[in-house]
Design a protein around this ligand. Structure first.
Ligand code: SAM
Length: 251
């Protein structure tokens, strides 16, 4: 069926792609790629010889009208990014928006996303979460955003580059206090690693040993908020019990 297929690709392990994604990538008239060289590797692995064209932040506004015209004329076009799900901290939002406004059908072809992969295995509460994407690089803007996020009663998920990991964790510790976090690194790849600790300990660990690779930061929700007002007695009793257990242990 004609339309725009927003197609998820692997986030590391090449096998993490769906049968449906491979089929539609093969059948499409055109694949819009964040980086054609990156997508070429995927296509080579799965015998996909569909025509490819770049679609990224730098050419998007120039090429979008032509793409929309092709779609309106009945083309089957896939949108992919370098890794994971397009539009999730990746290009594509305006294309999807404009396609919908023009009455063109837009189909999700779901699959991997680093945020969901991290959350699914981190061990943080998963009933409510807030995806915050990349933090602003400038310190002032970053602090303002983190202070605003501090009040959210949910697990927080961030994308971060390896070089900025430690300063980002330190800034989170400053805005959020002593909350726990999980650094999920190199998901689905050979050196996959999950490390859980307080935010300030994590900041210290990664300052001493700068990490490599791709990173998702998962921050646990604020403890006190996790206990609602009706739970406050149970929460305090539990805290007191734990304190006296600790005292007993040190005696
Ligand atoms: N669209 C992608 C998705 O659905 O996950 C995310 C694209 S964003 C430009 C790239 C960022 O995602 C990386 O800087 C990193 O924070 C995170 N990421 C992507 N792949 C990852 C992996 N295998 N392990 C950990 N983080 C990853």
């Amino acid at each position: 069926e004609p339309g725009l297929y927003v197609t998820a690709t692997p986030i590391g392990n090449l096998a993490d792609i769906t049968y449906r994604a491979v089929a539609i990538l093969k059948a499409a008239d055109l694949i819009l790629c964040e980086d054609t060289r990156q997508t070429a590797k995927l296509c080579a692995a799965y015998g996909i010889d569909t025509k490819r064209m770049p679609y990224h932040d730098h050419n998007a506004s120039r090429v979008r009208p032509g793409i929309l015209k092709n779609l309106a004329e009945g083309a089957v076009i896939c949108l992919v990014s370098d890794a994971g799900t397009p539009l999730i901290s990746d290009p594509g939002y305006k294309l999807v928006r404009d396609a919908r406004d023009a009455g063109i059908r837009v189909f999700p072809v779901p699959g991997a996303s680093a945020a969901i992969a991290a959350l699914s295995a981190a061990g943080a509460p998963s009933d409510q979460f807030h995806f915050a994407g990349f933090l602003p690089p400038k310190q002032g803007a970053r602090k303002k955003l983190l202070d605003a996020l501090a009040g959210i009663d949910a697990t927080l998920i961030f994308y971060e580059s390896a070089s900025r990991l430690s300063p980002a964790l330190a800034a989170m510790a400053e805005s959020f206090g002593e909350r726990r976090g999980v650094v999920a690194r190199e998901l689905t790849k050979m050196h996959e690693e999950f490390r859980e600790d307080t935010l300030s300990n994590l900041a210290q660990v990664y300052a001493e040993k700068p990490p490599k690779g791709e990173i998702v930061i998962v921050v646990f929700p604020p403890e006190a908020m996790a206990a609602g007002p009706e739970d406050i007695d149970a929460f305090l009793t539990d805290a007191l019990t734990r304190m006296s257990v600790k005292e007993a242990a040190t005696e």
